[in-house]
Every structure is written in C-alpha cells, then in structure tokens.
Design a protein around this ligand. Sequence first.
Ligand code: ZN
Length: 293
Amino acid sequence: MQRLAQFLLLLFALAALPAAAQALPAPLPVVASFSILGDFVREVGGDAVALSVIVGPDSDAHVYEPTPADARKVSEAKLVFVNGLGLEGWFDRLVAAADAKARLVVATAGITPKKLEGGLDPHAWQDVANARRYAENIRDALKAADPARAALYEARAAAYIATLDALDKEVASAIAAIPSQRRRIVSTHDAFGYFSARYGLAFIAPQGVSTEAEPSARDIARIIDTARREKVAAVFLENISDPRLARRLAKESGVKLGGELYSDALSKPDGPAPSYVAMMRHNVEELTKALAR
Ligand code: ZN
C-alpha cells in the first residue's frame, strides 16, 4: 500500500514537471544602446522583454554621456544590445561603471561593414537588408537567453522580417522612380553610405561618419563647391544634427533645402518616425518630394 502511494506521488510529480517548465518567467530585462536598435528589439521581443533604451529619440548615439541611471539599467539586464562598428564609443565606460554581468550582443554581427578612411561606417541599419540581420541576431540572442519563449521570439521575428522584406522592395522602387540625374544630395553627416550602396542615391556630407568632430571651414567650402559643380538636387536636414549647418550649405550653394531626414535616431512617438519602418518610409517620402519631377 505504501509502495502504491509512493508510486502515485511520483506520477503526480512527473505530471507536474512539464507544467512547471511551461510557466512563463517575468519579462526578460534587456537594454538597447539607441532608439533604432531598441525598436528592433521591441519588434522581436514584444511583451516578453522589459526594454530600456539608453540614447532616446532625436538624440545622437555617436556622442553621449552615460548617467548613473544608465549604469543601473545595464547592471540589471540579462542582455545588452549594441550596434557596434564604432557607433557607441562611450559604451565601454558604461559597462565598466555598471559592473555588468549581462551578455553583450552586437546586433550587426555577420553584416559586411563599409570600410572608410579612419574606420568602419556604423550606419548599417540604413540598408533594409541589414535590418533583417539585426532582427535575426536579436531573435537568436533572445532565444538563447530565454528558451521558454523561443517559439514566441521565432514567430515575432518571422513576421517582422516579412515586413522588412516588403519595406526593402518599397524603398528600392521609390528611389528607382527618381530620375537618375537628380539622385545626388547633400546631408549633414555621412550617415547614408549603406542606403546609397543599396538603393543608388549619392549623398555628400561635410561631416564624417561620426558627429564627434565638427566639420572644418574647409570641409564646408568643399561641399559647397561640389554641390554647385555637380548640381545636387537638394540639401537635407537631419533630426540629430544642428539645422543651421544644412541651412547654410543650402544658402551658400544656391541649392534648395529639402525636408528632415532621420539618420541615427527615431522621432518621439508623436513624430513622423516613431519606428524603424516609419522612419524609412518618412525618409523616402522626403527624398521623393524634393527630388522627383
Ligand atoms: Zn551617424
């Protein structure tokens, strides 16, 4: 009789095991270094992640001073997502200050970086095919850190990647519709190299791929000369850059001023670019408005 009771207890214990394994843990605490990357993490992670973004909307991820509150977020996270390719020069200081145990995930892993004089171009997200790779890397990191919800991450990533594939085609066909002699523009900092390479629109900019160094008077004079000589179609503002530089370039080169492009950060939720998909659509609309004839 005692044996039977023991056997039944064992049966109950075994039956209870899978149920315990299925009980979902609390949302996974994760950190993303800047707003665009945060949007990718939100798309793949949904409610399963508790996300903190360090450099928020309309802010410049090249230059940032981490705060004690940032260090706290990093020290509490299980995963910390960064762009890499030299974007977040301030990040090592933050991790040192945070005494972090989190796994660091470089979201651009596997992307072929554009090499430039003085380093790599970090703006890989401006090519939508690369955004797909960001989503895959985020999916794989979330699955590894939180296997109980692997199927959820898999499904959300698949849906988002399908959206990105459609967006990639949409951007390509919109840019292809702009007459080729008008596909030459000026922007403030050199953030559109990957966009240029994939979609065939030439950007020239007085400031390099980082906003850390101010452009010199010579850089600005050179861009004004080039803009006049090559008859660029428009000068565009950027949400993270001082608008006075773009206005001056337009005025002195006699080239028309286009709208505002979102290069390195999303807008606030009520702005025109609160998500990556909205940001790419907004940029394409601004380019089309100024350049299509
Ligand atoms: Zn940039």
